[in-house]
Ligand binder design. Structure first.
Ligand SMILES: [Zn+2]
Length: 478
């Protein structure tokens, strides 16, 4: 995700009490989602045939799925939008949605569970041995709130991020890792799977998708699209009646820019093309055949999904282009190389920010320099340390906290600004050649998998490891 400068300034001047908030995959075979969905008047009715592949070393007798869509329901304990953004996100006033599970079969029983009705637990009829598969079908309805957010009816588009039950990541020895929806950061954590999705909607909708379009058929006033995506940790769709689409082919990747208000749309698409080429050359191959950059209503700057990025229509000018680069960088850091975004959000955000810096440093015509961008990060981070020291006597600069243990202003400074400074410090310490070969090594070794700080350290060698650890434990002097 990307926050904008206005956001940082708004939070910096907020009264102090507001700054606090409560609080392995294997190669080859993967689980498979086959989702058939129909969207009509704010409701997505869907059937999900899920083929679970047991890539763990344990016998599995039940499955857990994150129900992110349920965070939008009335009475949710953890609201998806923080009070600071509520008025701008809920453009028409209060609105609610939710995800209703209608039926799961075959199974030994199912329940809605978790701290905030955020998990679907399904008992399997027969336990699954490592390397074996189990099939279940989940029928559900996703009701959308009127909200400029990941899952909702935005003012000029319909955002279908996190629109299906997402299998929780299985960790030893804890079992399935259940995600609570925090308004802070991106509260997502998932393993790669294969997707086959069909969507039926009014024929006048233009649909942007994470996957490749494999079929399109019109039936009266409705149109049904088929999409396919392999080895991806999520899948998103955005619908709008207003989209214009610009397309380009870069390095064999089909890039599409969906927009409804951009006087410099051709330049935006050209920037995205340059971005994809630069990141491929610098880090490694882009993991999919298509990439959709999609303008939509979103209360923050942008949001990343595999093969698709939402770009906020509330952001303009250079800030919009910066957002496009940041979200595109997430295709390498988050989509390809995954991480637990609830506990290690600084990894993908810090790398996305630093990759953005590298892109602009190599494309000086935009006027953003490494010195300027790192200078901004240092200024903002120091301001955070100063504010927190004055108000609370101490600024916690550790980076290994859960999303719920940060205030919003605090999280932006730790994950984004300190994250960017971490990678700039590594760059300086390792030198040009070693730094870029470390990033390429990290990418190649972890694409399609989930990486933690230890994998980053392994790619950076001894010198880099000491820097990463000192940043994470808060002992680094910045
Ligand atoms: Zn981001």
């Amino acid at each position: 995700m990307r926050r904008t400068l206005c956001f940082l300034l708004a939070l910096a001047i907020m009264p102090a009490p507001f700054l606090l908030s409560g609080c392995g995959e294997s190669e080859g075979e993967r689980s498979r989602y086959a989702i058939q969905a129909e969207y009509e008047e704010g409701v997505l009715s869907a059937e999900m045939n899920f083929s679970y592949y047991n890539d763990t070393e344990s016998e599995i007798s039940s499955l857990s799925f994150n129900l992110y869509g349920n965070a939008y329901r009335e009475g949710a304990v953890y609201a998806p939008v923080s009070p600071a953004f509520k008025a701008s996100a809920y453009y028409g006033g209060e609105s609610f949605g939710g995800m209703d599970i209608l039926e799961v079969s075959p199974c030994a029983g199912w329940e809605i569970a978790g701290e905030d009705e955020n998990v679907l637990r399904v008992g399997l009829e027969k336990s699954v041995a490592p390397g074996e598969r189990a099939q279940i079908t989940v029928s559900y309805e996703l009701r959308l709130a009127a909200v400029d957010h990941r899952t909702g009816i935005a003012e000029r588009a319909v955002n279908l991020g996190n629109f299906y039950p997402v299998l929780c990541v299985y960790e030893e020895p804890g079992g399935f890792y259940e995600c609570t929806y925090y308004s802070n950061g991106d509260p997502f954590y998932s393993a790669c799977a294969d997707y086959s999705v069909t969507l039926t909607a009014d024929a006048d909708y233009v649909v942007a998708s994470s996957g490749e379009t494999v079929s399109a058929a019109q039936n009266g006033a409705k149109k049904t699209y088929g999409y396919s995506l392999e080895n991806a940790r999520d899948f998103a769709l955005v619908l709008s009646r207003e989209f214009t689409v610009l397309q380009a082919e870069t390095n064999g990747i089909s890039i599409a820019y969906y927009y409804y208000e951009d006087e410099a749309a051709a330049e935006t698409l050209a920037l995205i093309e340059r971005c994809v080429t630069y990141f491929e050359d610098t880090f490694g191959e882009y993991p999919y055949r298509t990439y959709a950059a999609v303008q939509t209503g979103f209360c923050y700057g942008g949001m990343e999904y595999p093969g698709l990025a939402m770009l906020s229509d509330g952001v303009t000018g250079l800030d919009y282009l910066y957002t496009a680069v940041h979200e595109t960088a997430h295709q390498w850091w988050y989509a390809a190389v995954g991480n637990n975004q609830i506990e290690n959000g600084w990894m993908d955000e810090g790398l996305a920010e630093y990759s953005t810096l590298l892109f602009f440093e190599n494309n000086p015509e935009y006027g953003l320099t490494r010195e300027g961008l790192t200078g901004n990060a240092h200024t903002a981070y120091n301001a955070y340390c100063s504010v927190y020291s004055q108000v609370f006597g101490k600024a916690d600069t550790t980076m290994d906290r859960k999303l719920c243990d940060y205030g919003e202003y605090e999280y932006v400074n730790i994950a984004y600004n300190k994250g960017m400074i971490l990678f700039d410090t590594l760059h300086d310490a390792l030198g040009e050649r070693k730094f870029f070969s470390a990033l390429r090594r990290y990418y190649t070794a972890n694409a399609g998998k989930i990486a933690g700080p230890e994998e980053l350290c392994a790619a950076c060698g001894n010198g880099g490891t000491a820097i990463v650890r000192s940043f994470v434990d808060g002992s680094a002097v910045i």
